[in-house]
Write a protein that binds this ligand. Structure first.
Ligand code: DAH
Length: 342
């Protein structure tokens, strides 16, 4: 009892130390605070560690070691708790919520000309036609000669047509596809050719030097004008709705005999009469007719065995009517304020 060393050890009041340390460890609100408490009570220079180094008697040793273990245990528990709290906070506070809508990406849509083109393609595919993708640079021979254009025809003039040289032109119509397909394969033929054509026109609200046409050709045994009318009716209804009617007016084209101009009942006023149809109730939709025997002979098809019809219509014109677009220019101006509307 009188051992001066024993006095020194009794200076460590284990109970008071435990109370104080436990209070600080459990009160540590952050990992930094916890670490500070750990160093203070369990670090190498802590009161407890120093006392442990100088232990002489067993009882004190057991008491202090037990205290060290309890403190270490409490620090570990607190560390675990604070770690989980921190993770929890990160998950709720900083986490990316994958269920939130993302930034909207601008999405485009089909150009009205492309949309019309697909309607026309679908209508003809449904009839068993072949889609024929053809060249835009043509020979004078296929663009004019084999289509039986007379020498005097104004389209043969460089004032109406873009000539690349004496023998080659930018096609003025999709009709030369009739020639190509008939040279490529024997009848029966059911084909539609869609693409750009070129004419030396001034740009006006209704004319543009580039535009698109779709050209159909059917060659088989016993084909007649009624087949042509039924086919055009099918396509016009696909374009302008099931109530449309079709009528024929006689006309002249070099490569058809007889030639006609098909009209569709006005989609704007349902045939009542309006400004678009100039109060006639009908809209002209292009050209058509029965394939001229001279054309058949030019491509080696026997006109006594085969007959056929052909037709050509403008895609922009169809789009104008379907969407009520009064001019052709917007189709080529790429103005999104306009195109977004269709
Ligand atoms: N190729 C003519 C044009 O561009 C349209 C045309 C008329 C096409 C009669 C035809 C047809 O197939 O038979 O004006």
């Amino acid at each position: 009892m009188n051992d001066p060393k024993a006095d020194r050890f009794s200076a460590v009041d284990a109970e008071a130390l435990e109370q104080q340390a436990m209070a600080e460890i459990t009160a540590a609100a952050t990992l930094d605070e916890l670490d500070a408490a750990r160093v203070k009570y369990l670090g190498r220079k802590s009161e407890l560690k120093q006392a442990l180094r100088e232990i002489r008697d067993r009882d004190t040793g057991m008491t202090l070691n037990a205290l060290r273990e309890r403190l270490e245990q409490t620090v570990a528990e607190r560390l675990d708790r604070l770690g989980r709290e921190k993770l929890e906070q990160a998950l709720t506070g900083e986490a990316v919520d994958v269920t939130l809508p993302g930034d909207e990406l601008p999405v485009g849509h089909l150009h009205p000309t492309t949309h019309i083109r697909r309607i026309v393609e679908d209508a003809f595919l449904g009839l068993g036609y072949r889609i024929y993708d053809d060249r835009e640079v043509e020979t004078v021979e296929d663009n004019f000669d084999r289509l039986a254009f007379p020498e005097w025809h104004p389209a043969r003039s460089p004032r109406d047509t873009f000539f690349l040289d004496e023998r080659r032109v930018l096609r003025t119509e999709t009709s030369p596809s009739q020639i190509h397909v008939m040279l490529e394969q024997p009848p029966p033929i059911y084909m539609v050719s869609i693409g750009r054509v070129y004419r030396r026109d001034e740009i006006t609200p209704t004319r543009f030097p580039i535009f698109h046409q779709f050209e159909g050709l059917a060659v088989d045994r016993g084909i007649n004008l009624a087949d042509l009318k039924g086919t055009l009716l099918h396509v016009m209804r696909a374009l302008f709705g099931p109530d449309r009617a079709v009528r024929f007016r006689t006309h002249y084209f070099p490569f058809t005999e007889p030639s006609i101009e098909p009209d569709v009942s006005c989609p704007m006023c349902a045939g009542e009469g309006c400004r678009t149809c100039k109060f006639s109730g009908w809209i002209e939709m292009g050209g058509a007719g029965m394939v001229d025997p001279e054309v058949f002979e030019n491509v080696g098809v026997d006109p006594d065995e085969w007959s056929g019809f052909a037709f050509g219509c403008g895609l922009e014109r169809s789009a104008q009517l379907r969407y009520g677009i009064p001019e052709i220019r917007p189709f080529w101006e790429s103005d999104l304020r306009v195109l977004r509307q269709f």
